[in-house]
Design a protein around this ligand. Structure first.
Ligand code: DQA
Length: 146
């Protein structure tokens, strides 16, 4: 594992409510738990964590990864995955690999969640493994970059 690897983990709208939000769907793990688990599992990775409920703030954050500041980006766009062309364009602008994650199996839910406009500009997508979706995404970035 690269000692100086830097990974940006971006979470979109309503993910600040994890733990309290629809626990039957999203579980009781909080975003803070997820972030701490990532730091514990990947102690050599220098993580930057960001969450916002605002589309523009998410785009501003993604643009910080444009200049090679990060070796990879993990993003859970939340519902923006299903319709934000602006976030899709922001991901397209990046050279660094971006992995999309979803806690829930979006394919087993409402029809509108089955399509992601952001997925096709990402390196890959991890769906349906709860908080482990984030761990698999980080593992990919770490193991493909070392
Ligand atoms: C989600 C799935 C989206 O459809 C939903 O809008 C979310 C969470 C997930 O992680 O399962 O906010 O991205």
């Amino acid at each position: 594992m690269g000692v100086h690897m830097r990974i940006l983990v971006v979470n979109g709208p309503n993910l600040n409510l994890l733990g309290k939000r629809e626990p039957a769907v999203y579980g009781t793990t909080t975003l803070w738990d997820i972030e701490n688990r990532l730091k514990d599992r990947f102690p050599k990775v220098n993580f930057e964590f960001f969450q916002s409920n605002n589309e523009g703030a998410l785009i501003d954050c993604l643009q910080k990864a444009m200049d090679g500041a990060f070796d990879g980006v993990v993003i859970n766009p939340g519902a923006y995955a299903h319709y934000s062309y602006a976030i899709r364009d922001a991901i397209s602008a990046l050279k660094t690999p971006v992995v999309e994650v979803h806690l829930s199996n979006v394919h087993a839910r409402e029809q509108f969640r089955r399509h992601s406009v952001t997925a096709s500009v990402c390196k890959g997508v991890v769906v349906g493994f709860g908080s482990m979706s984030y761990e698999f995404a980080v593992q990919f970035i770490v193991e493909s970059n070392n």
